[in-house]
Design a protein around this ligand. Structure first.
Ligand code: HEC
Length: 116
């Protein structure tokens, strides 16, 4: 019993060290190479990616893009803008926002009629 507990404790320490290593490696990654955001809802995808530049904006974010409420874009046009960019908005690659995350994002964009 004693031995088992010690082994569990060691395993726990190992897991913590591993988690720390992953965290610090992430911190060193340049902003341009940020990984996909891992959003599980459209709102999370919005907050993690779009709200950096668009209203409704995350507090403290740089104001760069136009408000998207009532733009009434088609879903196809929205997907095109996200993946290909628009004017000064640069394309958002799948490494940043996966196709699955865009699928979650579209219904969220409908809630404020950015997409019709
Ligand atoms: C780094 C800042 C930035 C991010 C992040 C960003 N955008 Fe943009 N976006 C802009 C800017 C700036 C424009 C205006 C471009 C222009 O008109 O030259 C724009 C324009 C747009 C337009 C066109 C608006 C119009 O008036 O027709 C849409 C739609 C849009 N963005 C959607 C999104 C969505 C959805 C996301 C998240 C997946 C996103 N953007 C992320 C900066 C950003």
């Amino acid at each position: 019993m004693q031995k088992l507990n010690a082994r569990h404790a060691l395993a726990l320490v190992g897991a913590l060290v591993g988690a720390l290593a992953v965290t610090s490696a992430g911190a060193q990654t340049a902003p341009a190479a940020r990984p996909a955001v891992g959003a599980r809802t459209g709102q999370q995808a919005w907050s993690a990616v779009c709200a950096n530049c668009h209203m409704p904006r995350r507090p403290g974010a740089r104001p760069t893009g136009p408000r998207l409420e009532n733009k009434n874009l088609t879903e196809a046009r929205m997907r095109e803008i996200i993946r290909s960019g628009d004017g000064t908005m640069r394309p958002i690659p799948a490494t940043r926002l996966t196709d699955g995350e865009i699928n979650l994002l579209i219904p969220y964009l409908r809630t404020f009629r950015a997409v019709r």
